[in-house]
Design a protein around this ligand. Structure first.
Ligand SMILES: Nc1ncnc2c1ncn2[C@@H]1O[C@H](COP(=O)(O)OP(=O)(O)OP(=O)(O)O)[C@@H](O)[C@H]1O
Ligand SMILES: O=c1ccn([C@@H]2O[C@H](COP(=O)(O)O)[C@@H](O)[C@H]2O)c(=O)[nH]1
Ligand SMILES: [Mg+2]
Length: 241
């Protein structure tokens, strides 16, 4: 099992509060939004090098992917977008492709074990040890499955807090041909986010691992809040010419 090498307890600007407090405890609704099946077995992730894992959370269109690209450039992380891994499964006509496509179209959550196995495969085949896991965990089920299968927890959790009207505007303007970038699915994704993802945000806030980023303004303005989180960890930065 991987063991933690870097403690986050020395961070100087811990998270204080989250928006939508009234919405964070709606776990009982999870069955409405997920195609979850029970976990079959517990396991642990075997690898030589201790990983440094950052979960990147936030609603649809909050700018997770955009900010991850900048973190990769400055700090040499490997970016694993759970949504991209699932879309790759669809594109490769895998056995689960149709189920994944239908789940994404409905804005629901793909069974945890499937997503965790995709992330696990990418992490285990990577030479890197620093990972940004973008758009995961989407629910407490996801979080628990990751911990059980991988045997590790994240070191840092970023939460991009963005007003709904701004998220909707960004998603509708994204123009990347995604099947879920339409107003009907966006409304469903926002409901799922409130009901299932915010409890995960709350969990990591209570664990002292959460960094809430106010995700409004320009990309660079937002990144000014993100940069110090990683700079404070003394990662050797990539020098770009
Ligand atoms: N600060 C910003 N201001 C305006 N537009 C932005 C900003 N950040 C990102 N965008 C744009 O908004 C859209 C959504 O951003 P992005 O794909 O990074 O969000 P995301 O959180 O990864 O969304 P999803 O969860 O749907 O994958 C993109 O078209 C991106 O270029
Ligand atoms: O862990 C995950 C991540 C994503 N999904 C499904 O994919 C879409 C799109 O995800 P993005 O992060 O916005 O790219 C999401 O709405 C879910 O349907 C998932 O099930 N589990
Ligand atoms: Mg994204």
């Amino acid at each position: 099992m991987w063991r933690r090498a870097v403690s986050v307890s020395h961070f100087t600007f811990a998270h204080k509060s989250i928006a939508h407090n009234k919405d964070v405890c709606k776990l009982k609704f999870w069955e409405t939004f997920t195609t979850e099946t029970p976990m079959k077995e517990k396991g642990t992730f075997q690898r030589d090098k201790t990983p440094f894992i950052t979960f990147v959370l936030g609603g649809p269109g909050s700018g997770k992917g955009t900010q991850c690209m900048k973190i990769v450039e400055n700090f040499g992380f490997t970016h694993l977008s759970a949504g991209d891994l699932l879309r790759r499964e669809i594109a490769s006509n895998s056995a689960d492709g149709t189920m994944i496509l239908n789940t994404i179209k409905e804005g629901k959550i793909v069974p945890s074990e499937l997503t965790v196995r995709l992330i696990q495969k990418e992490m285990e085949s990577s030479d890197n040890y620093k990972f940004l896991i973008d758009g995961f965990p989407r629910s407490e089920e996801n979080r628990i499955a990751f911990e059980q299968i991988m045997g590790v927890e994240p070191d840092v959790v970023l939460f991009f807090d963005c007003p709904e009207d701004e998220m909707v505007k960004r998603v509708l303007n994204r123009n990347q041909g995604r099947v879920d970038d339409n107003i009907v699915t966006i409304k469903k994704r926002l409901k799922v986010f409130d009901a299932l993802n915010l409890p995960v945000v709350k969990y990591y806030m209570e664990k002292g691992k959460l960094y809430k980023i106010r995700a409004v303004g320009s990309v660079d303005e937002i990144y000014k809040q993100v940069y110090p989180v990683f700079a404070s960890l003394n990662f050797e930065q990539q020098v770009r010419e």
